[in-house]
Ligand binder design. Structure first.
Ligand code: SF4
Ligand code: SF4
Length: 347
């Protein structure tokens, strides 16, 4: 039987009583379908948005989801991992403080990979790039999870949805480095204004902006902070093609590891469709109109559905890169790119 992806388009939000209630209705539908017992502690994978980012999914949009979980007897909590680059989400205490600043106070916040990303569990997958993956330690305590994603663009992965939320979002620091390995970017000298923003953003001091700006291949950990931070678009991956195969496959293998052995529900807010991701502490403009909210039990199907809905819109095609992740995820057995889309009607 084909996987069903439930969808509430933005035009129908009002009929449900707003964004949060629409999200709640989708989750209620998934719980009815799956008969998943949510009683007890239940992790809700979240992204709090980097400081300065204005387009992450606001905390209030999670209210409906949390209400539905509580009504089912769950004790939900937010779960997240520290990031690789230097920012306010690099260390647990700062990360938790930012979560509160951004309004994520409805339920407890738990950082899954320790103080600075050092705590992980190795998940055995025996795939092409990795035999074992370093997933944030706390995830190993739970066999169920609600994975909430913001579907939008991403400087390296092309787009970020459920797959990306599992891969980078659940990996401990070492796992994030594993995925980024060999993704050393390039500075285009003719675009560089020598503002030194990238030097300050680099967590390992790999950038030197002298007469000729350069990045040390031996020091760089491929975190992409410099690509995200450069205000002039002067930092770029060496080659999208060479990055594509290896990086995207490594990312997908980590996504596979993060969900392996768990029953996961996926909900994606396809709103604020920016070119970059919520890790970027800056204001970004949308590259496409809002779509709505989608929910499913299959991370491949839900990302594929978001892309298909976007492709069906008239105008410029966005998020063209990184789509091979879905084919590779399908090959790994994570899910299917074939699905049926069912729009939910307001009650
Ligand atoms: S941030 Fe961009 S423009 Fe500024 S020094 Fe770095 S590469 Fe050059
Ligand atoms: S040079 Fe490498 S390590 Fe430094 S910010 Fe850029 S990608 Fe990250």
């Amino acid at each position: 039987m084909l996987e069903t992806v439930y969808f509430i388009p933005v035009e129908r939000f009002e009929g449900f009583g707003g964004v949060s209630a629409a999200a709640g209705a989708l989750l209620r539908r998934l719980l009815t379908d799956t008969a998943l017992d949510v009683r007890g502690e239940l992790p809700v994978k979240v992204h709090f948005g980097e400081k300065g980012n204005t387009t992450f999914i606001p905390a209030a949009y999670y209210d409906g989801l949390l209400d539905v979980l509580r009504a089912g007897g769950a004790e939900p909590f937010y779960i997240e991992t520290n990031v690789l680059y230097r920012g306010q989400r690099t260390h647990r205490a700062d990360h938790e403080r930012l979560a509160v600043e951004h309004g994520f106070t409805q339920v407890p916040v738990r950082i899954a990979d320790g103080e600075s990303g050092e705590a992980y569990t190795e998940v055995e997958i025996n795939a092409k790039h990795f035999r074992k993956c370093k997933v944030g330690e706390l995830f190993s305590h739970y066999d169920r999870m609600l994975v909430v994603s913001h579907f939008k663009g991403h400087v390296l992965a092309g787009f970020g949805g459920a797959l990306k939320q599992l891969a980078m979002g659940c990996a401990a620091r070492g796992g994030k480095m594993d995925q980024h390995a060999r993704a050393v970017p390039l500075i285009l000298p003719w675009k560089c204004h020598k503002c030194h923003v990238c030097e300050r953003a680099c967590p390992v001091g790999a950038i030197h902006i002298g007469a000729w700006p350069r990045i040390s291949k031996t020091k760089c950990i491929g975190c992409a902070a410099c690509i995200a931070k450069c205000p002039h678009g002067a930092v770029t991956p060496r080659s999208w093609n060479s990055l594509g195969g290896g990086f995207i496959e490594r990312l997908t293998e980590y996504a596979y590891a993060a969900q392996k052995g768990k029953r996961c529900l996926y909900l994606s807010f396809a709103l604020n469709l920016t070119w970059g991701c919520d890790c970027q502490g800056q204001t970004m403009r949308a590259v496409a109109p809002d779509l709505g909210i989608l929910a499913c039990t299959d991370p491949i199907a839900i990302d594929q559905a978001c892309l298909d809905l976007l492709d069906a819109r008239p105008g410029r095609r966005v998020y063209r890169r990184g789509r091979q992740a879905l084919a590779y995820g399908e090959k790994l057995g994570m899910g299917s790119r074939t699905y049926t889309l069912q729009r939910l009607d307001a009650p």
